[in-house]
Design a protein around this ligand. Structure first.
Ligand code: UDP
Length: 475
C-alpha cells in the first residue's frame, strides 16, 4: 500500500507587515491541514516576530511549523522603510537568492511546494533551478493585480506617469475597469515616475514572472471580484481565491473547536497591542465610534495629522485613533494635544499606538472606519460590516478605495484631499447623513464574505482544493 507523505510547504512573504500577516494566516491554515510548514522572513522581520510573540506556545500548537530567516543583503544601518525598500526591491536580490537556495538544499528541507509573494520573482528562478513546484501569493485585490498586468500597456500608450493634468481621465486600456476607474485610481506606482521608473520596471518583471508559476493564490473572494478574477485567469495557469484569509482561519478554528478544545488566539503579531482601547469601546454607545488607522507603515506630516484631528473633533463624533510611534514624519509619537483640541479629544476620543484591529472592527461600538485603504484593513472592515472613509496614499490603496466607493458602495473616497472640513463632512455623512444607503450594501457584502469562508463557501472550497493539490504533489 502507498504510504501517505506529509507535504512540506515553504512560504516566503515580501518583507512588509501587510504582506507577512496574510501569508502567515495561510501558513496557519496549512498547519491546520497537517502540513509541515517553514515560514521564511528576512532577518529583521524574523527578529521582530519572535520578539513580540510566545513562539514556544505557537510551536506547541503546531509542532510541524518552523520560522526561519534569510538575509536581505542590505547594510545593517539601512532604514528599510516603506513597502518598496528600493535598494532591495529593484535589485536581483543576489544575497537573498543564494541564501534561499541554500536553505532549500539544507538536509530535510526540500519542500513539496514553495509559496512566495508575487513580487519576489527570484524565488521562481530558484524553484526552477531545483525543480520544485512554486505557487505565487498576492495579498492584493484582483482589481489591483489586473492593473499590474497592464503597466506595460499603460506605458506604451503614453499614460504614465499619472499627473494632476490627466488625473480624471478614464482608464480605457484596462478591460473591465473602463467604467469605474480614472487614472488617479490606478496603483500609486503609476504616479511616481515615467515608463523607465525602476520600481515600475521591477513590477512589470515580477508580474510577468508569475505566469511561470504553477498557480496563484489570492486573498480575495469570487463574490466581490468575480469578473476581474476571470480576466486574471486568462493570464495565469490556475487561481485559488481563498479570501478573506483572516475570516477563513477563524471559520476553520471555530469548526475545530466545536469538535475539541476552545479556540486559542491564532495570530502572531508584529507589534505589541494596546488593549486599553477595548475597555474604552465597551463604554461607548452602539455604532457611535469612528475607528481611525493608517496601517503599519505610511507616515503623515504634522499638518495632515492636525487636519484629521480638527476634522474629527469638529464632527462631534467619537473616535478611536491609532497613532503609531513612527506615524508622524520626523517626530516620535503624537506630542502634546493642541489646546483647542484638548477638550473634544478628552470627551470623545481615545488614542493608542497599536490596536487589536480585527477585534476593534468587530466591536459593537464601532460605526465606521477612516482608513488608508490597505487591502488587509479593507477586508477586515468589509467582513465586520463596517463602512469606510478612504484616504489612500500608496501602493494598491488608490485601487481599493475606488472599489470600496464606486463598485461595492460600502464607503466614501476622500482620495487626494486632506482638509479639516472634508474630514468633518465625510465623518457626518458616513455616521449619519448617508449611512442608511451605505449600510445596505455594507451588510450585503459582509454576508457574502462570511458565506465565502463557511463550509461549502467559495473560498472554503478553494482552500480545500489547494490543500488537495499540494497533497497530490507530495507523491
Ligand atoms: N493593524 C493592527 N493594529 C493597528 C493597525 C493595523 O493590527 O493598530 C493591522 C491591520 O489589522 C491590518 C494590518 O495591520 O491587518 C495593516 O495591513 P494593511 O494591508 O491594511 O495596510 P499596510 O500596513 O500594509 O499599509
Amino acid at each position: 500500500m502507498e504510504q501517505t507523505r506529509v507535504p512540506h510547504v515553504v512560504l516566503l512573504p515580501y518583507p512588509a507587515y501587510g504582506h507577512i500577516k496574510p501569508m502567515l494566516t495561510l501558513a496557519e491554515l496549512f498547519s491546520h491541514a497537517g502540513f509541515r510548514v517553514t515560514f521564511v522572513n528576512t532577518e529583521q522581520y524574523h527578529d521582530r516576530l519572535l520578539g513580540n510573540n510566545d513562539v514556544t506556545g505557537f510551536y506547541k500548537r503546531f509542532p510541524n511549523f518552523r520560522f526561519t530567516s534569510i538575509p536581505d543583503g542590505l547594510p545593517p544601518d539601512n532604514p528599510r522603510f516603506g513597502i518598496y525598500i528600493k535598494d532591495w526591491f529593484c535589485s536581483d536580490k543576489p544575497v537573498s537568492k543564494l541564501a534561499f537556495l541554500q536553505l532549500l538544499m539544507s538536509p530535510g528541507l526540500l519542500p513539496t511546494c514553495i509559496i512566495s509573494d508575487s513580487i519576489m520573482s527570484f524565488t521562481i528562478d530558484v524553484a526552477e533551478e531545483l525543480n520544485i513546484p512554486i505557487i505565487t501569493f498576492r495579498p492584493y485585490s484582483a482589481h489591483c493585480s489586473w492593473s499590474d498586468f497592464h503597466f506595460s500597456k499603460l506605458a506604451e500608450e503614453g499614460e504614465l506617469p499619472v499627473t494632476n493634468e490627466n488625473f480624471d481621465k478614464p482608464v480605457k486600456c484596462i478591460p473591465g475597469l473602463e467604467n469605474f476607474f480614472r487614472n488617479r485610481d490606478l496603483p500609486s506606482i503609476c504616479r511616481d515616475g515615467g515608463p523607465d521608473d525602476p520600481i515600475l520596471q521591477t513590477f512589470i518583471r515580477d508580474t510577468s514572472a508569475t505566469t511561470r508559476a504553477s498557480a496563484l493564490v489570492i486573498n480575495t473572494f469570487n463574490e466581490i471580484e468575480g469578473p476581474i478574477i476571470s480576466k486574471l485567469g486568462s493570464r495565469l495557469t490556475k487561481i485559488y481565491t481563498v479570501g478573506p484569509l483572516h475570516a477563513l482561519l477563524k471559520s476553520r478554528i471555530q469548526e475545530d473547536s466545536a469538535e475539541s478544545s476552545p479556540p486559542e488566539s491564532n495570530n502572531c503579531v508584529l507589534s505589541k497591542e494596546d488593549r486599553s482601547c477595548m475597555t474604552w469601546l465597551d463604554s461607548q454607545p452602539s455604532r457611535s465610534v469612528l475607528y481611525v488607522s493608517f496601517g503599519s507603515f505610511i507616515k503623515l506630516g504634522r499638518e495632515q495629522i492636525l487636519e484629521f484631528w480638527h476634522g474629527m473633533v469638529n464632527s462631534g463624533k467619537r473616535f478611536l485613533w491609532v497613532i503609531r510611534s513612527d506615524l508622524i514624519d520626523g517626530e516620535p509619537g503624537v506630542g502634546p494635544v493642541p489646546v483647542e483640541l484638548d477638550q473634544g479629544t478628552k470627551e470623545r476620543g481615545c488614542i493608542v499606538s497599536w490596536a487589536p484591529q480585527e477585534e476593534v472592527l468587530a466591536h459593537q461600538a464601532i460605526g465606521g472606519f477612516l482608513t488608508h485603504s490597505g487591502w488587509n484593513s479593507t477586508l477586515e472592515s468589509l467582513v465586520a460590516g463596517v463602512p469606510m472613509i478612504c484616504w489612500p496614499q500608496i501602493g494598491d490603496q488608490q485601487v481599493n478605495s475606488r472599489c470600496v466607493s464606486e463598485i461595492w458602495k460600502i464607503g466614501l473616497d476622500m482620495k487626494d484631499t486632506c482638509d479639516r472640513s472634508t474630514i468633518e463632512n465625510l465623518a457626518r455623512d458616513l455616521m449619519d447623513n448617508k449611512r442608511d444607503k451605505i449600510m445596505e450594501s455594507t451588510v450585503q457584502i459582509a454576508k457574502m464574505a462570511r458565506d465565502a469562508v463557511k463550509e461549502g463557501g467559495s473560498s472554503y472550497r478553494n482552500l480545500e482544493k489547494l490543500i488537495e493539490d499540494i497533497r497530490s504533489m507530495a507523491f
